[in-house]
Design a protein around this ligand. Structure first.
Ligand code: 13P
Length: 287
């Protein structure tokens, strides 16, 4: 059964480790992440962006696939199914479809509007036992070929949003989605420290987990980060393994074109990436 992410992240913050949110794109992704979490006895959060939700034929399809897979694969570790960067409308769609966690990304609204919408969604989520993440300070990334540098959130705004009752909070600390550019300045630990001092026990979320060096990840965890989102890195490992299979001509050998064979190296590559991250984040054995 899916669980909200609240308890697993409270435990992670208190225990000084982080739970990975790994974004899913299809059946192979979901199976690879769930199996790895079970093998390593780790809690896990499956992230679904609005685009990935649409690609997988809608949120109800995703809920059906994840619930079915958990039962058939005997997954017993805590698993949360989480909407990633949800708009106001899609938060409601996911609450209705049976997600156990949502993120309302109101970071692009003026702070007053972010507060009003977050307040309403906190109530709607908690009425259903669903956890909710909010965001302050937009997280940069590539859009139309231009890489935006990550903003640093205002710690006072973080405190204002934290006080609305959200279960965990994403705050921009110079992190961005996708690959980091060569001239990236690194994470702002000064900002993170100031945010944690004002928000206390609230688990903090680090987006853009791909490509952040291990020492920065560890330092972020020591300053209150309890959830780390990873998406691009699984895509890169899947693509590299699939490319190798095809470049070696394996799809032309025997029944190598069978998707169950063709997608197997990419599947194993996702598993290896998830394992590496769970070990780095310290969530192994914490289910
Ligand atoms: P990356 O794609 O950079 O790993 O970021 C993932 C993320 O933050 C999803 O919200």
């Amino acid at each position: 059964m899916l669980v909200s992410a609240t308890e697993m992240l409270k435990k992670a913050k208190a225990g000084h480790y982080a739970v990975g949110q790994f974004n899913i794109n299809n059946l192979e992704w979901t199976k690879a992440i769930l199996q790895t979490a079970q093998e390593l006895n780790s809690p896990v959060i499956l992230g679904v962006s609005e685009g990935a939700g649409k690609y997988m034929c809608g949120y109800k399809t995703v809920v059906g696939m994840v619930n079915g897979m958990m039962e058939e694969l005997n997954i017993t570790v805590p698993v949360a199914l989480h909407l990633d960067h949800g708009s106001y409308d899609h938060c409601y769609k996911c609450l209705e479809a049976g997600f156990s966690s949502i993120m309302f990304d109101g970071s692009h609204y003026p702070i007053d509007e972010n507060v009003a919408k977050t307040t309403e969604l906190v109530k709607a989520a908690h009425d259903k036992g669903v956890s909710i993440e909010a965001e302050v300070g937009s997280i940069g990334g590539e859009e139309d070929g231009v890489v935006g540098m990550g903003e640093c959130a205002d710690p006072k705004e973080c405190k204002a949003i934290a006080d609305l009752g959200v279960d965990f909070l994403a705050a921009g600390i110079g992190n961005i989605h996708g690959k980091y550019p060569a001239n990236w300045q690194g994470l702002s630990f000064e900002t993170l420290d100031a945010i944690q001092q004002l928000t206390g026990d609230l688990p903090l979320v680090l987006h853009g987990g791909t490509g952040i060096p291990a020492d920065m990840i560890k330092k972020a965890i020591s300053l209150g980060v309890a959830k780390i989102n990873v998406n691009t890195e699984c895509q890169l490992s899947f693509a590299a393994a699939t490319r190798k299979y095809i470049e070696e001509g394996k799809d032309n050998q025997g029944k190598g074109y069978d998707p169950r064979k063709l997608l197997a190296p990419g599947f194993e590559a996702i598993k290896a990436t998830v394992k590496e991250k769970m070990e780095l984040f310290g969530s192994v054995g914490k289910a």
